[in-house]
Design a protein around this ligand. Sequence first.
Ligand code: PHE
Length: 401
Amino acid sequence: MSTAKRLVSLVCLVLVFALVAGCAQKPAEPAKPAEQAKPAEPAKPAEPAEIKIGVVAPITGDVATFGVNTHRGVELAVKQLNDKGGVLGKKVVLKVEDDKNQPTETAAAVQKLITQDKVTAIIGSVASKCTLAGAPIAQSNKVPMISPTSTNEKVTQVGEYIFRACFIDPFQGAVMAKFAYENLKVKTAACLFDVTNDYTKGLAESFKANFEKLGGKVVEYQTYNVGDQDFKPQLTKIKAQNPDVLFLSDYYNTVGLIAKQVREMGLKCILLGGDGWDSAELGKIGGTAIEGGYFSNHYSKDAKNPEAVAFLDAFKKAYNEDPDALAALAYDATMILCDAIKRAGKLDGGAIKDAMSSTKDFKAVSGSITIDPATRNPIKSAVVLKVDKGGKFAFEALVNP
Ligand code: PHE
């Protein structure tokens, strides 16, 4: 290089340096002078400033308390996370969809959340029949989805992106069969359920199989269709067999209705059911007819683990009401998901689902949660609650897997 050229290079360098230094000293931009001075890099897709999470729940419709409390549980968790600086330093933002407890609505909501809102993950839905309709869409788009409360076994079988925060119906049915046979010491049972609903059908099947395995007898196994209001024909057959217990695996609205007809017809049997009973509305619909019944559930507000105590307190402060299992599990599902996002370290569906699969001993409101990576189901205990006077729920038993 000639001396003249060297000189030109030097002058250029000095000029560039002066420019850079000049920029750096601009008083208007004190924030990141060094970064701005860097030579231009190939444009990277901008990292979103927030984390969008979709929520699908029946906020209106026939089981609206399920959706309202699910939404509250998610909202409370997100508020607490954001108050502490968010997740991966980003604010969590919710996109909430009401599926009205109708599977076609769930499918449309999941589709919208993915294509329009471009959410990172989805929490929902509540009813198994709804989650089963939405999950294949999340799975094929590789968007992680966690249902707080869908207990039907088939839900997580949809694929490796689908998770849940609750136990499954084969366990729940076994819990109630054991409770009936061993705690209540009854020998005969009848089942009555909605044959069009994956949850009510699967849970009745599990109760029957387990009750019979223990040595009990299922003397009637009756069905109805969604929306039915008159159960007298089935109850007439059941009454003729005079079972010790009647297992009703539907949601609170239908269970309340059936309970009334059971007592109107003079049946004396003890009523049993599953998590679908969990609503403050059960006692209002069923009145005294439902009192003395027992159901399996995910959460009791009497739980004493520190997470449950703190949650109960925060929920009451926020909503002026006691939380139910829907709220507790929605809170847990949100925390499990966000913990996985933190461990994944990025907003990538594949990385998040891998992190979710390796959730271990996570201290949740509904107990310690370890997700079985093969099935994406948590391994956890159940509680049995009794419906007391005025429709209040009282803790009756804790059943471990
Ligand atoms: N387990 C029910 C289902 O799968 C939903 C539910 C969960 C309802 C918890 C009430 C409480 O359909």
